[in-house]
Design a protein around this ligand. Structure first.
Ligand code: B12
Length: 215
């Protein structure tokens, strides 16, 4: 049985112990941690989401799969080599109001930390203004917003409009991401960047920080 098939089975069964053991063994054998997430866990969750929308799986299945995914993410996070410094940049991150999906946001936050960023993680269901308040208080460079629901996406635009209204839009770079978000959507609301996955998100932040530090 392939790693993908085994992980899929554990996620559908809600077997976090099995998934953790499988992940540890794969890491031990030299499997790339990011491949475990991007090439296995994310497509499995996508497929589970598809089955949910076709009424072939139900909410408890989603809950079980997400708990297993979180356990897998924790194993991977604990094995990633963490940068000693936190001076790559300061990022405020969260999932927007009305939205509890935080697996992707947590992966982005972990990878940023591993790469030397100071991350202020607001969690999920975060009101738009809280992003701004925290970014100002913590003197952040970047506001990173995640949304998995079409109903929470509009709050991304609200954050940007409010920053403009307050006259501090140019103090922060704004990044957006999450399942239904696209580059088109990011452009439409005037965000500074979008990426499809967590690794790209780090590359994007690095690029932005080079621009900021070089300015
Ligand atoms: C797991 C899951 C849940 C779990 C969430 C648990 C948790 N702690 O997160 C639970 C069971 C709680 C849940 C609940 C619901 N869910 Co749900 N869920 C999913 C599922 C299957 C997987 C999501 C996921 O974790 N994906 C994996 C991660 C790694 O991917 P990701 O978040 O996209 O993140 C990656 C990138 O996007 C990027 N990224 C993410 N954030 C950011 C931010 C920035 C700044 C950047 C640059 C990049 C970036 O990097 C990440 C890593 O590569 C999706 C299906 C899907 N296709 O997404 C449905 C899905 C999102 N859910 C859906 C729905 C409808 C619901 C419910 C309304 C169901 C209900 N009837 O109650 C509730 C809503 C609850 C709420 N108020 O939020 C729909 C949304 C439809 C829509 N159009 O809005 C989906 C698409 C399923 C479907 N096909 O119908 N869900």
């Amino acid at each position: 049985m392939s790693f993908f098939d085994e992980l899929q089975e554990f996620m559908l069964d809600g077997d976090d112990e099995g998934a953790v053991e499988l992940t540890e063994a794969a890491l031990e054998e030299g499997m790339d941690p990011l491949d475990i997430i991007q090439k296995n866990m994310v497509p499995i969750l996508d497929d589970i989401g598809e089955q949910f929308s076709r009424l072939e799986l139900f909410l408890p299945d989603l809950v079980m799969a997400s708990e297993v995914a979180t356990a897998v993410k924790e194993v991977i996070a604990s094995k990633l080599e963490k940068s000693d410094s936190t001076d790559a940049g300061r990022v405020v991150i969260g999932t927007l109001q009305g939205d509890v999906h935080d697996i992707g946001k947590n992966i982005v936050a972990t990878l940023l930390e591993v790469n030397g960023y100071e991350v202020f993680d607001l969690g999920n269901d975060v009101p738009p203004y809280t992003f701004i308040e925290t970014a100002r208080k913590e003197n952040a460079d970047i506001i990173a917003m995640s949304s998995l629901l079409t109903t929470s996406m509009p709050y991304m635009g609200e954050v940007i409009n409010t920053l403009e209204g307050l006259g501090c839009r140019d103090q922060f770079k704004v990044l957006v991401g999450g399942g239904p978000v696209s580059q088109n959507y990011a452009d439409m609301i005037g965000a500074d960047g979008y990426s499809e996955d967590a690794n790209e998100a780090v590359i994007l932040c690095d690029k932005i920080m080079t621009e900021i530090k070089g300015a």
